[in-house]
Design a protein around this ligand. Structure first.
Ligand SMILES: Nc1nc2c(c(=O)[nH]1)N[C@H]1C(S)=C(S)[C@@H](COP(=O)(O)O)O[C@H]1N2
Ligand SMILES: [Mo]
Length: 320
């Protein structure tokens, strides 16, 4: 087996990236045929997190040409070495160092609340029963840095339809694993654990909203929220909750971790909005990781055309 251990990643990640870009070139030029790729299988030397090899050795996915960005993709190294995942420490480098203690296989997602049949779903079943897609999205942290990330995932709308929420379901709440043994950062009360987030149902059903299980064509690295995390590209990074074990459909607006921690600074909506400053810093500009000069932050992170309609008639200064 050509599966390498996380401590070898330094030697492999640069090569990874070259192979990845070469593969993308190949996909671009191959004449529009079905673009199903077995990541890992054809790519010697790729690193896969050790705990997922047993069942999910490779991801079969299709590039979705409708979701791309005309900007350089951030390096695999930056995406996997510069993280926010407070369950493994508050330093940007801590998750890459410490997330290896997370056990991601087997993994179960409990679906409950306003659904026809609450149930536990095994992640490998969710993946097997879904058409995975690669989508390249901008990602903007509330701390005014950003990246461009090639995710592999499942549109959340597809999963929600499968879960069959009742007519009372107006919101979706997401909950991260709580296990201080595996997540040493939870031994300190820096946040009110477990991490929780939420979306309004129309935001959750929006075609841009993704449940990611991979990035750069590979199974999601643990520091990026393995084995399954939310990706909502028009919202600040903190809405993108990682390592989800529970999805609950609710009638009322769920509480969210950063809103509990600092209600004046972090609202429920958290839409990327250069017009609304964070109380302690401006949101007009951002630093793309890997670049020197700052760039202008775009309304809804560049996805205004697709999502502005969700907030028609809402005061986005009040609903920040
Ligand atoms: N469970 C959990 N999810 C989380 C966080 C966290 O600390 N815990 N941090 C959030 C923040 S602030 C950001 S910017 C993104 C970072 O995702 P990345 O490390 O994959 O880039 O994850 C979000 N999801
Ligand atoms: Mo963030």
């Amino acid at each position: 087996m050509l599966i390498k251990r996380p401590n070898e990643i330094k030697a492999t990640d640069i090569t990874d990236e070259k192979i990845y870009h070469a593969r993308r070139e190949f996909l671009k030029t191959s004449s529009g045929a079905a673009l199903t790729v077995a990541a890992g299988a054809a790519l010697p030397g790729l690193w896969l997190p050790d705990t997922v090899q047993a069942k999910i050795v490779s991801l079969q996915f299709k590039k979705n040409p409708h979701y791309v960005v005309d900007e350089d993709v951030t390096s695999f190294k930056d995406i996997t070495r510069y993280n926010n995942f407070y369950e493994f420490g508050t330093d940007k480098k801590a998750p890459a160092k410490h997330a290896h203690t997370l056990k991601t296989d087997p993994w179960t997602v409990r679906v409950e609340g306003e659904v026809e049949k609450p149930a536990d779903y095994h992640l490998e079943d969710i993946i097997r029963d879904s058409q995975l897609e690669e989508r390249i999205y901008r990602f903007r942290c509330v701390e005014a840095w950003s990246m461009v990330i090639p995710w592999v995932g499942i549109p959340l709308a597809t999963l929600i339809k499968r879960f069959k929420p009742t007519s009372k379901a107006k919101y979706v709440e997401f909950i991260t694993l709580y296990d201080p043994e595996q997540m040493p950062g939870q031994r300190r009360k820096v946040l009110d654990w477990p991490y929780v987030e939420g979306l309004r149902m129309d935001e959750a059903m929006h075609p841009l909203t993704l449940m990611a299980v991979g990035l750069y064509g590979k199974v999601l690295p643990k520091q990026n929220g393995a084995p399954i995390r939310l990706v909502v590209p028009w919202k600040y990074g903190f809405k993108n909750i990682k390592s989800i074990v529970k999805i609950r459909f609710t009638e009322t607006q769920p509480r969210t971790t950063w809103n509990l921690a600092g209600p004046r600074e972090y609202g429920f909506y958290a839409n990327v909005n250069p017009e609304v400053d964070h109380p302690r810093w401006s949101q007009r500009r951002e630093r793309r990781i890997g670049e020197f000069f700052k760039r202008k932050t775009l309304m809804f992170n560049g996805y205004a055309e697709q999502v502005a309609g969700l907030y028609a008639g809402m005061d986005l200064r009040r609903n920040y």
